[in-house]
Design a protein around this ligand. Structure first.
Ligand SMILES: Cc1cc2nc3c(=O)[nH]c(=O)nc-3n(C[C@H](O)[C@H](O)[C@H](O)COP(=O)(O)OP(=O)(O)OC[C@H]3O[C@@H](n4cnc5c(N)ncnc54)[C@H](O)[C@@H]3O)c2cc1C
Length: 521
């Protein structure tokens, strides 16, 4: 179906549920809605997802083991540094085994220690071995393979970029999209936002190229609150191969779980005396220790010594391949590593069923802030959250669609949005909002973001630059407002945790990201 706006045509589609994203959260929610008989349209701007690259595994409490829901909850709350919502954590952790079993029904296969018994590994901050994995360190590839296969019969539209959430002020009505044919609207009473993370706010990241903070920006433009965005997790061990930009390979934390140690160029331990869990301390602690050591020595990286691990190449084939591609043999030499932008603990304010403040709009996965991660995500808790909340969001979206009138969206008034050139934005974020920040730097970052200029949305890159700029402004504002250090937010000018700031601070959209209309469509 086509229509026109100011003399220019645009295409239109109808669905009960539109899902934006084809990672774990998007596909699990799409499958849940589809299995409830709803007409589902799934949008994806590119083929790549963060889900595919997940290495270490999925944290899950298996029944009839020494592990317990309470222990997993306690570890998650400890990592979250006082900002997790304990009820949300308990709800998601307790539903983990059921969600993983559903994924197995959809065809996922995990590594076994013995026939019928999953192999369990350990990662930073976990008091038990509770991480299931696949293909050694290729868990995400297996999760994505299984979900892609299960969702093969769904209506999946790739190279469709969601540009705006359409709503009537109270309820969502559809999504404004650009594809190869130009602009279009998918009308729907339910929309699930599952757009993943924002690692490309920074020059170097473990995230795939599509992780440009689109979901946070879309929600902010729709007037929805976002929260906890100052808590960006830097993975302690991103491979340092001399290249400092774009997606860089990750060295999974499970390598340390199996006995590798972090050392500096002189062979001294990086984490000794820092935390009782040493190299397996929560990620924020290890990343800050590495950052401090690099500052002290002036070296561009530290090293992960995995030479003592037996059968390294078999257990970690993905890491081995990445190291070899960089000319490093991890069985013979320590692996050079630096902290890298990895995961957004915050996002769009959402309950544990994916519900947001806007009727019909649901979010799940990395873009959502459910209260699961607080100030710092516990390793391997994000695939878990994507599975559990993705499934619940799909069910809730399906139920909402049944009880609502069909979505009738109208072509929005065109908004010219502001963008900084991507390289400038990434340079400023990397310099002023990385592992350790301070007020002066964050002010300079804000000033730079304020110099953003209007950008016509002619391409996916234009849209992503605008989304990155809006999201960076939200991160900068949150980081500036939190005058303490907590979880992954380290302020050198406020090095202590302030008990009076043990709360999340949801904020509504940053005003400077919108400009008056200038041109139609
Ligand atoms: C290298 C790496 C290793 C990791 N290892 C682990 C691990 O071992 N365990 C763990 O629990 N977590 C791990 N994580 C984190 C975890 O993989 C992610 O948080 C999770 O997969 C995110 O899933 P998602 O469905 O929210 O988003 P993604 O999987 O990133 O999918 C996002 C989707 O949204 C689409 N999209 C985005 N914007 C738009 C738009 N504007 N229009 C249309 N489509 C859009 C993208 O095309 C994509 O399809 C790792 C992450 C990385 C990068």
């Amino acid at each position: 179906m086509t229509a026109s706006c100011g003399g220019r045509g645009f295409w239109q589609q109808r669905a009960d549920v539109v899902v934006i994203g084809t990672g774990v959260a998007g596909l699990v929610s799409a499958l849940a809605a589809h299995r409830r008989g709803r007409k589902v349209v799934v949008l994806s701007k590119i083929g790549d997802t963060a889900t595919f690259y997940a290495q270490g595994g999925i944290a899950v409490v298996l029944p009839d083991t020494e592990d317990s829901i309470e222990a997993h909850v306690a570890d998650t709350l400890a990592a979250g540094a006082g900002l997790c919502d304990p009820d949300a954590v308990r709800s998601i952790v307790a539903d983990g085994y059921r969600a993983v079993a559903e994924l197995v029904d959809d065809g996922a296969r995990f590594d076994e220690a013995a026939p019928g018994q999953w192999a369990l590994t350990r990662e930073g901050g976990h008091s038990r071995r509770r991480i299931i994995h696949a293909g050694g360190d290729a868990t995400g590839a297996e999760v994505q393979r299984a979900l892609d296969h299960a969702a093969a019969r769904l209506d999946i539209r790739r190279h469709h970029v969601a540009l705006e959430l359409l709503h009537d002020g109270g309820s969502v009505t559809g999504v404004l999209v650009r594809n190869g044919d130009g602009l279009g609207i998918v009308h729907a009473p339910s929309v699930v936002l599952a757009t993943g993370g924002l690692g490309h706010l920074y020059a170097a990241t473990t995230n795939p190229e599509g992780s440009t903070g689109d979901g946070v920006a879309l929600a902010a433009w729709a007037g929805l609150p976002v929260s906890d965005l100052e808590f960006i997790q830097f993975h302690p061990t991103m491979l340092f191969d001399g290249h400092a930009s774009g997606r860089r390979p990750l060295i999974t934390e499970a390598v340390r779980g199996e006995g590798a140690v972090l050392i500096d160029a002189q062979g001294n331990s990086v984490t000794e005396g820092i935390h009782p869990m040493g190299d397996l301390a929560p990620r924020d602690v290890v990343a800050a220790a590495i950052d401090a050591r690099m500052q002290a020595t002036g070296d561009p990286c530290v090293y992960l010594d995995a030479r003592r691990i037996d059968g390294f190449a078999r257990r970690f084939p993905t890491v081995t391949a990445a190291c070899r591609a960089a000319g490093i043999d991890p069985t013979r030499q320590p692996i050079p590593v630096v902290p890298g932008a990895h995961y957004s603990c915050g996002g769009v304010v959402t309950d544990v069923h994916g519900r947001t403040e806007m009727a019909g709009l649901f979010t799940a996965g990395e873009v959502a802030r459910t209260g699961m991660h607080g100030a710092n995500r516990l390793a391997s808790n994000s695939l878990l959250e994507g599975l559990v909340v993705g499934g619940r969001a799909g069910k809730a979206a399906a139920a909402h669609a049944v009880n609502s009138a069909p979505g009738r969206a109208t072509m929005p008034e065109p908004a010219v949005r502001l963008a900084l050139p991507r390289a400038d934005l990434q340079r400023a974020m990397t310099r002023y909002a990385s592992v350790v920040r301070d007020g002066e730097g964050l002010q300079l970052l804000t000033t730079e973001l304020d110099s953003a200029t209007p950008r016509a949305l002619r391409s996916r890159a234009d849209f992503e630059d605008v989304a990155l700029t809006t999201t960076a402004a939200a991160v900068a504002a949150a980081a500036l407002a939190r005058t303490e250090s907590r979880g992954c937010h380290h302020r050198s000018d406020f090095p202590d945790t302030d008990p009076a700031q043990a709360f999340s601070a949801p904020r509504v959209r940053e005003a400077h990201s919108l400009m008056p209309a200038a041109a139609c469509c």
